[in-house]
Design a protein around this ligand. Structure first.
Ligand code: HEC
Length: 140
């Protein structure tokens, strides 16, 4: 029983400690596991989950009307390390307080959150890892 409690406590503590920011990056996976690039691509392409293409364009030929408010995602994997990409998805306002990019995995300090996102993150930790795994493959 004590062992189970200790395990649960360790699991609860994990996202916080795994989210440790070093410089301009979060070097460690939020889940402790590598993400899946194919699932990540689907999240980025999806207009109701990631919404990335509202602002960004990317090498996703089947999606029309991509955004031009932001740098293209093409080549993101050569411009940034995996850890740098992770922090940009988790909470870009850590790097640019005025950014319009939503913080996809920030749980505190959110203003005006839609009610169904209240207390939740926009993406789960596993979804963040999938998106990061996809972005890493975008070498150009
Ligand atoms: C509301 C607009 C918006 C949305 C939605 C958005 N972003 Fe961004 N993103 C930006 C802006 C603007 C920047 C430029 C950095 C800044 O704001 O300082 C940026 C920067 C980035 C960067 C760094 C780009 C570079 O090479 O400099 C990556 C990678 C990125 N976004 C990925 C994503 C992904 C993946 C999603 C979806 C899960 C997403 N963004 C959703 C606006 C957005």
């Amino acid at each position: 029983m004590r062992g189970v409690v200790a395990l649960l406590l360790a699991l609860c503590a994990m996202p916080a400690s795994a989210q440790e920011i070093v410089g301009d990056a979060i070097p460690k996976s939020l889940t402790g596991q590598p993400g899946d690039p194919a699932r990540g691509r689907a999240i980025v392409a999806n207009r109701s989950v990631g919404l990335c293409l509202l602002c960004h364009s990317g090498p996703i030929a089947e999606e029309r009307f991509q955004g031009d408010l932001s740098p293209t995602l093409a080549g993101a994997g050569s411009r940034w390390s995996e850890g740098q990409l992770r922090l940009r998805i988790v909470d870009g306002s850590r790097l640019n307080p005025d950014t319009i990019m939503p913080p996809y995995f920030r749980t505190t300090g959110l203003q005006r959150v839609a009610r169904n996102f209240d207390g939740k993150t926009i993406l789960t930790a596993a979804q963040v890892e999938d998106v990061v795994a996809y972005l890493v493959t975008l070498k150009d």
